[in-house]
Design a binder for this molecule. Structure first.
Ligand code: NDP
Length: 301
C-alpha cells in the first residue's frame, strides 16, 4: 500500500483529551457542560450512535440529559421537549438524533433549537452565518471533523483543488462552504459532484483532495483517484460478509485497497471520519458552555 493512513481514532482521541481539559476547567469555574440528547423511537443504528455519543460525553466530563420518546410522539410534543431543553440553563447543547420517523417534520424541529445551543450546526442561522464567514457559528460536526483531520495531517489546503462527491446538507454542502472560507485549513478551490454529475471520474481525477460522502459502498474506484491525492472517505456502509461473526462488515464509499495504491493519504473505514464526528460534537458543546460563562451567546445568536 502506497498511501499513509489518516488515523481518525488517534486524532479524535487528542481532541477529546483537549475537550476533557476544557470541561474540567469549566467545572472548576462552576459550569458543568451539558448536552441534551433526544432519540425518538428505537432505530438500531441511531441507538448505537447515541450510545457512543453519550459515553464519549461522560468520558469528557460533559453531563448528558437523555430523552427517549416513543416513535409515535406528535410533532407538538417533540417541539415541547426542544423548548424545555432550550429553557434549561444546565443544557448548553442540544442534539436531536436524525433521521426522525416519517410523520415528524425534521426541519421544524431543527429550527426550533436555539442557535446558541445548536451544537450539531444544522440550524439555518448557523449554516447561513458560517457561509458568510462567521467563525463563531457552530459548524456541522462531520465536515468540521474532516477539516480538522486534513489540518492535523499537515496537508495545506490553500489553493488546492478539492473535489467533494455528495451535496447533502449534513456533509457535502457544508464541507464545500468550510473549505471555501478565507482561513487556515481552507482557502481551497472546490468542486462539488453529485448524482447528476456527468463523467464523474473525470472530475474526481482532478481532486488533489478527494472527499466522498455518497452512501454507496465502494462507489469511487481506485482508478478514479488522482495519483498522490488525499482521500477522505466519509461513507459508512454495511455489506454482507458471512465470513465475519456479525455477518457483515463496514466499508466506505471508496474502494479502499485500490485507492490506497494511488493516494498519498487515505482514511480507513471504520476509524477515519467517524470518530471525528463525535469529537467535534463534544468540542462544540464545551464551546457552548464556555460562551454562557463569558456572557456571550454561543453559536450565531
Ligand atoms: P445523503 O444520501 O444525504 O447524500 C448522498 C449524496 O451523494 C447526494 O448528494 C447524492 O446526490 C450523492 N450521490 C448518490 N449517488 C451518487 C452517485 N452515484 N454519483 C455521485 N453522487 C451520488 O448521504 P449523507 O451525506 O448523509 O451521507 C453520505 C455517507 O456518509 C453515508 O454513507 C453516511 O452513512 C455517511 N456518514 C458518515 C458520517 C460519519 O460520521 N462518518 C456522518 C454522516 C454521514 P444527489 O444530491 O444528486 O441525490
Amino acid at each position: 500500500m502506497r498511501a499513509k493512513l489518516i488515523d481518525g481514532k488517534r486524532i479524535a482521541a487528542d481532541i477529546r483529551a483537549d475537550v476533557a481539559k476544557d470541561a474540567s476547567a469549566l467545572a472548576a469555574e462552576g459550569v458543568t457542560p451539558g448536552l441534551g440528547v433526544v432519540l425518538v423511537g428505537g432505530d438500531p443504528a441511531s441507538q448505537v450512535y447515541v450510545r457512543m455519543k453519550t459515553r464519549a460525553c461522560e468520558e469528557a466530563g460533559i453531563a448528558t440529559r437523555d430523552i427517549k420518546p416513543d416513535a409515535d410522539i406528535t410533532q407538538e410534543d417533540l417541539l415541547s421537549i426542544v423548548d424545555e431543553l432550550n429553557a434549561d440553563p444546565d443544557t448548553h447543547g442540544i442534539l436531536v438524533q436524525l433521521p426522525l420517523p416519517k410523520h415528524l417534520n425534521e426541519r421544524e424541529v431543527t429550527e426550533r433549537i436555539l442557535p446558541e445551543k445548536d451544537v450539531d450546526g444544522f440550524h439555518p442561522v448557523n449554516q447561513g452565518r458560517m457561509a458568510q464567514g462567521d467563525r463563531d457559528a457552530f459548524r456541522p460536526a462531520t465536515p468540521a471533523g474532516v477539516q480538522e483531520l486534513i489540518k492535523r495531517t499537515g496537508v495545506d489546503t490553500t489553493g488546492k483543488h478539492v473535489v467533494i462527491v455528495g451535496r447533502s446538507n449534513i456533509v457535502g454542502m457544508p464541507m464545500s462552504t468550510i473549505l471555501l472560507q478565507k482561513e487556515p485549513g481552507a482557502n481551497a478551490t472546490v468542486t462539488v459532484a453529485h448524482s447528476r454529475t456527468k463523467d464523474l471520474a473525470s472530475i474526481t481525477l482532478q481532486g488533489e483532495i478527494l472527499i466522498v460522502a455518497v452512501g454507496v459502498p465502494e462507489m469511487v474506484k481506485g482508478d478514479m483517484v488522482r495519483e498522490g491525492a488525499v482521500v477522505i472517505d466519509v461513507g459508512v456502509n454495511r455489506v454482507d460478509d458471512p465470513s465475519t461473526e456479525r455477518g457483515y462488515r463496514l466499508v466506505g464509499d471508496v474502494e479502499f485497497e485500490a485507492a490506497a495504491e494511488r493516494a498519498d493519504w487515505i482514511t480507513p473505514v471504520p476509524g477515519g471520519v467517524g470518530p471525528m464526528t463525535i469529537a467535534m460534537l463534544l468540542s462544540n458543546t464545551v464551546r457552548a458552555a464556555r460562551r454562557t460563562l463569558e456572557g456571550a451567546p454561543a453559536g450565531a445568536a
